[in-house]
Ligand binder design. Structure first.
Ligand code: PLP
Length: 489
């Protein structure tokens, strides 16, 4: 079939007078245009495409399959948890009752919704080992900011107002130092060891140097290389000893769910990205949710409003005067929260315990299956993801970008590339817990085939992708000089 025809822009498919609809005759007379104030009249004719129905259907149906999505194939996007999410969670979140709920409806008329919110708070407390959660923040970075504001408020309340330093590992997600800066705190970087974990000796020197100024230390675990930070108790003792608090970046909680809890490791404040681990797909700037949890004693610093359960079993929205005030106009992104609740409830207690192990196993399986042809800079048991430093044989001139583009030809989304910045040719793979062994095996086979091509047909690899609808967009031009409208406005 010639899909090219329908892949043109809808405006290019337009023919004057074509239409794909038939409206019943109007029962009222048309208005006299003279009766409409001229300021309200359209000055230019409206540019709308005029297209017959089959053309519209084919155009948009074809377009929907030009894109890569997790519904069409494996999406091993490291540091992002682009896992397949069960459709039932979407259905529940977009059902009429929750979707039609007005954000300002009185608590008495939204008891079910508030119960859902409250239940998810409690579930996250149990999964993370925290005393209390707020679901109000809209994203991971928003959660970080909220968490750091909680930490500041707690220090201030204790009369400890000089603490303005946050220690952040050099391998941290870029949002960590950014959030600290927005919270009015100064960032001091702590180096990583060659295996990517925090250099505890270097940290010890920083703690000695900045002791009474330290507000918090932020840690990501598993860290950006997918390695479990095994010296957390020691680190926590050091930071707590200096009067600082421990912040846990739990954006990628997948490998820990049901296995280990930040609260048990000595963390005081944390955030979770519901739009990674808990069944909302992320990427493309869609709605997110970054709940913040705190250990016992810090609850009163959480932002308003709060959902509380009264003794008689009903629920209420309360807006206590807190040091932080509110960080969002509402109780957060409700549909994202509902997906998370549906995900946790449908897995059940036993199912939740399997998430972590099932996310970890395929990552190690892929790592071990490919390490003879891809460079493995950190050779340790990984958690849910790991990083290759490009192809093992660098003499072919084939780069991580070439490997990533070639994967598209085989129907796989590219992994995260050139992140983390610790290596030149980073290729970060996160298979997630939702893929079958057959899919994982096929991915391994294709990655090996690409390594063979690099050695035997490097030019083919350098020209990839060869069979995608769009082949070689100019990445730089797309970022710096995008043309996003058809008509010159
Ligand atoms: C994704 C991510 C974040 C930021 O989350 P957003 O919702 O994109 O703001 C923070 N830290 C880590 C480790 C992440 O992977």
């Amino acid at each position: 079939m010639n899909r090219q025809l329908y892949n043109k822009l809808i405006f290019e498919l337009s023919h004057k007078g074509r239409k794909g609809y038939e409206l019943p005759k109007s029962g009222v007379e048309s208005a006299d245009l003279n009766d409409i104030p001229s300021s309200l009249l359209r000055k230019e004719p409206l540019h709308l495409p005029e297209v017959d129905e089959p053309t519209v259907v084919r155009h948009y149906t074809n377009m929907s399959t030009n894109n890569f999505g997790v519904d069409t194939g494996f999406y091993p996007l490291g540091s992002c948890t682009m896992k397949y999410n069960p459709k039932i969670n979407d259905e529940i979140a977009t059902a009429h009752a929750p979707a039609d709920l007005h954000p300002s409806v009185p608590a008495s008329m939204a008891q079910g919704a508030l119960e859902a919110y409250w239940t998810l708070q409690k579930q996250l407390c149990e999964i993370a080992g925290m005393a209390e959660f707020t679901l109000n923040p809209f994203a991971g970075a928003h959660g970080e900011l909220t968490g750091l504001m909680v930490i500041r408020a707690a220090h201030d309340a204790a009369g400890d107002t000089e603490r303005d330093i946050v220690i952040v590992p050099d391998s941290a997600h870029g949002t960590n130092p950014a959030s600290a800066a927005v919270a009015g705190l100064k960032v001091v970087e702590v180096k990583s060891m060659p295996d990517g974990t925090v250099d505890v000796e270097a940290l010890s020197e920083l703690v000695d140097k900045h002791g009474p100024k330290i507000a918090a230390m932020m840690m990501t675990n598993p860290n950006t290389l997918g390695i479990f930070e095994s010296r957390i108790p020691e680190i926590a003792e050091m930071v707590h000893g200096a009067g600082g608090l421990m912040y846990y970046d739990g954006a990628n909680l997948n490998p820990l769910v049901g296995v280990a809890r930040p609260g048990d490791m000595g963390f005081d404040v944390m955030h979770i990205n519901l739009h990674k681990t808990f069944s909302t797909p992320h990427g493309g700037g869609g709605p997110g949710s970054g709940p913040v949890g705190v250990r016992a004693g810090l609850e009163k610093f959480l932002p308003s409003p709060r959902v509380v359960r009264r003794d008689n079993g009903t629920y209420n929205i309360e807006s206590p005067e807190t040091a932080l005030g509110s960080i969002s106009a509402t109780l957060g992104n409700y549909a994202v929260q509902l997906r998370a609740l549906s995900y946790i409830l449908s897995l059940g207690r036993e199912g939740v315990k399997e998430v972590g192990p099932m996310a970890t196993l395929p990552a190690n399986y892929i790592k071990e299956s490919l390490r003879d042809v891809y460079e493995l800079p950190v050779d340790r048991v990984c958690k849910h993801e790991f990083v290759f430093d490009g192809l093992k044989d660098k003499s072919t001139g084939c780069t991580t970008l070439n490997v990533a583009k070639r994967l598209l030809d085989f129907g796989f989304h590219a992994p995260t590339i050139y992140f983390p910045l610790l290596f030149h040719e980073s290729l970060m793979i996160e298979p997630t817990e939702t893929e079958s062994l057959e899919t994982i095996d096929e991915f391994v086979k294709v990655m090996r085939e690409i390594a063979r091509e690099a050695a035997e047909e490097p030019d083919l690899l350098k020209n990839a992708p060869l069979v995608t609808p769009v082949r070689h967009p100019d990445d730089t031009k797309a970022a710096l000089d995008p043309k996003i409208t058809y008509f010159e406005l």
